[in-house]
Design a binder for this molecule. Structure first.
Ligand code: AMP
Ligand code: ZN
Length: 118
């Protein structure tokens, strides 16, 4: 399965519903979160549908070829937060607080975040 019919993020990947797209790579589309929790709040969404990060590893996944670390660095430069820093978060399943079952990484920046998370 590359895309899933009833998945909102697949529709965004497909350009079936609008989103504020800030960057695109071979494996990811980066959009602005519709409900930002920080001055910068981006979602790095995999172009293929994976229910969660648990499905995205291994041979048929994104391991080793995703370019995710390069992309994080590029976004930090693009959004001028490389000096102050940022947080990248993958909420996974119920305990992780995942609400959309399509792999995505939150990129948040522009203020100081606490630890541990609530
Ligand atoms: P999570 O709770 O980790 O699954 O994150 C889902 C995120 O997707 C939330 O931060 C929502 O605000 C965001 N979101 C849901 N629908 C859209 C949309 N249509 N466009 C942009 N962001 C969205
Ligand atoms: Zn999907």
């Amino acid at each position: 399965m590359v895309l899933k019919d009833d998945c909102i993020f697949c529709k965004i990947v497909n350009k079936g519903i609008p989103a504020d797209i800030v960057k695109e790579t071979d494996n990811f589309i980066v959009i602005k979160d519709i409900n930002p929790v920080a001055p910068v709040h981006l979602l790095i969404i995999s172009k293929r549908h994976y229910d969660s990060v648990l499905d995205a590893g291994g041979e048929n996944g994104l391991d080793g070829k995703s370019g995710i670390f390069r992309l994080l660095g590029e976004l930090a430069e693009d959004f001028k937060v490389a000096d102050n820093g940022f947080r990248a978060v993958i909420n996974t399943k119920e305990d992780g607080g995942q609400t959309v079952s399509h792999l995505h990484i939150h990129f948040i920046a522009g203020r100081r975040f606490g630890w541990p998370p609530g």
